[in-house]
Design a binder for this molecule. Sequence first.
Ligand SMILES: Nc1ncnc2c1ncn2[C@@H]1O[C@H](COP(=O)(O)OP(=O)(O)OP(=O)(O)O)[C@@H](O)[C@H]1O
Ligand SMILES: [Mg+2]
Length: 359
Amino acid sequence: MKNESASERYMKLFGWEGSPFVFKILPDLFVGYESEMDSLTGSLCNGCKFSVILGPTGSGKTTLMKNLITKIQGYERVFYVPKPPNDPDGWKRIFTEIVRPGVLRRLLSRGMMNDITIYEVGEWVNKRSRGKRLLLLVDEAHESSRESLEWLRTLTDQVENLSLVMAGLPVFEKRLMEELETFRRRIETRVELTNLTLNETRELIKKRVEWMGGEDVKPFTSSSIQYIFDKTNGFPREILRACNELVQNALDKNVSSIDTDFLRESEHHGKRVAINNLEDLPYRQKSILNILSSGEDMTPTQIVKEISPEEYSDSGNAVRSVNNILRRLVRDKMVTRERKGKAFKYRISPKFQTMFINT
Ligand SMILES: Nc1ncnc2c1ncn2[C@@H]1O[C@H](COP(=O)(O)OP(=O)(O)OP(=O)(O)O)[C@@H](O)[C@H]1O
Ligand SMILES: [Mg+2]
């Protein structure tokens, strides 16, 4: 067994051609977020000019954008920008690329591009796009400088038949609100990505397994998928991370089924992925434990107040999300719950309080 390569062991144990749970953007293996996708495609079909996709890191913004590109109809030119440029010249290049004239015309127009100023770009693009519908997708929008966003807004206003979709961390919306209200007011479609459901988590795992030539969700079972869902709160990147850890663990032990026995056994040997290792906990679970680690009893609303406001864009969502996480923490016995008058109050379990202080 020692001489076997990793890929031989994947094949032997699981019948896979390689590792399915790599952090790779695979738009074809997209699952869930149906209403968010419908809302975007619907409004883009109607020519909506400004849309925004918000979500924490790893929630699937880039994957959703790339999947949207494969689905969207009625746009003759689609242009994806992984990261906004920091100066107007960058936008000038992007807007002229959107029109993408033929090679010869591109060579001819290159010279011209140097002659026109950023103020003329809108008109230049309008002339050349000849009524074609254009779609510009800008990822990592929260990284843009204020100046860069102002140019993006102006150019999008000027170019007829252009729709803009931006994706960014929730803090992007807050920035728009504080610094660029004129931009924020133009946004007609806003979707927020949070997490996948249990069924969608299963579907994600299934698609990844089948992508590597495996069958259904094997070697996972309903109970190990439930475990993964609880541990990751259905956050796509965390699901991949958890699956990968369990698979590596199974490879080490030469075990071909990741079921309750396997989880119990791993836990017994201190290898359970969550619970005993605070560093491995998903970020939000950790931050709630951190807040509770003072030892005080708190209601979900009090906890929300302690979380930095840029984490959540509206408070109803925040309380719902915190409640979900608390439910999982209670189930994993990291937190206890007690009714105090009308409200439920939460408190960190003594064992975890000590661990928290020690880390
Ligand atoms: N809906 C989904 N279906 C299947 N896989 C997904 C989905 N969303 C995300 N993933 C997978 O999870 C990982 C993280 O997704 P992605 O990079 O799109 O997140 P992100 O929100 O753009 O994160 P960041 O803010 O860090 O850029 C990727 O490997 C991606 O393939
Ligand atoms: Mg991304």
